[in-house]
Design a protein around this ligand. Structure first.
Ligand SMILES: *Cc1c(COP(=O)(O)O)cnc(C)c1O
Length: 252
């Protein structure tokens, strides 16, 4: 069954090109101001538009507004969207990120259709994804997901396990681990998660990849619609924005 969500009139209205273009413009201004405060260049920041739960019109509106990176949290929805609009690995003009938890039996879809896998979080998944990437004759860019909140999240490695896990992944020739990803605690005031972002940055900066050819620490994917400015101030190189680009969703 095709997993692309239906394009209802209400949703198509919500994500029409002019609306998305306006949201992207406002987000870009906020990103530029946050980069300014942090003394960083906005050019060094990747904006991943999280298109989960939205129909293909979201991708069309997003690309019309200059977006290139799109993120999905379900493997089969990503697969079907990437079939409709192929990512760079398949010769297309967008870049697909799988940002959600991946079951091993769906790793094949990600290895085949995604450009990046941003939620690597277990030895068994690394082994399976490496195998699937090999079958597709590719080296899969990945981020390791960290459970930085300590409690309320199901996924991600404990911070103290991350560096050992990166060492463990040195054996996988078909994975290129490019950095770390995390979701901060869900709070009303983003100042409350500044400490979590700082902890991520420390984990990111203190890994010694000298003897690990599979790891290059280039990307720190932190920051979502409610906290991306704080994340940028704390060193994010990649923000993942859903609501602030496409408007509210009924579900995740
Ligand atoms: C849904 C989702 C996002 C985007 O969430 P918003 O709050 O809508 O910006 C970012 N990252 C992951 C992993 C997600 O699942």
């Amino acid at each position: 069954m095709n997993k692309i969500p239906d394009a209802t009139p209400e949703i198509v209205e919500q994500i029409r090109p002019e609306v998305v273009a306006q949201r992207v413009e406002s987000v870009r201004e906020r990103i530029a101001r946050a980069c300014d405060r942090a003394g960083r260049s906005p050019d060094a920041l990747t904006l991943v538009a999280i298109s989960k739960t939205f129909p293909m019109q979201a991708i069309a509106s997003g690309t019309a507004a200059g977006l290139v990176h799109f993120g999905e949290n379900r493997a089969r929805q990503l697969r079907d969207k990437a079939k409709a609009r192929p990512g760079a690995f398949e010769g297309g003009d967008v870049t697909w990120h799988m940002v959600g938890h991946l079951q091993r039996n769906k790793a094949k879809y990600v290895a085949r259709h995604a450009d990046w896998f941003d939620a690597l979080d277990s030895p068994r998944l690394a082994k399976e994804l490496n195998k699937r990437a090999a079958k597709n004759d590719r080296v899969m860019p990945c981020l390791v997901q960290v459970n930085i909140t300590g409690q309320d999240q199901k996924y991600g490695l404990a911070p103290e396990a991350v560096h050992d896990y990166l060492d463990h992944c040195a054996q996988y020739d078909h994975l290129a681990i490019k950095g770390l990803m995390a979701l901060a605690s869900f709070v009303d005031d983003p100042e409350e998660v500044r400490g979590e972002f700082r902890e991520m940055r420390t984990l990111f900066e203190t890994y010694d990849a000298t003897h690990n050819p599979q790891v290059t620490m280039e990307e720190l994917s932190i920051g979502m619609s409610n906290d991306f400015e704080v994340a940028i101030e704390e060193g994010s190189t990649m923000v993942r924005l859903g609501t602030s680009i496409f408007g509210p969703r009924d579900y995740d």
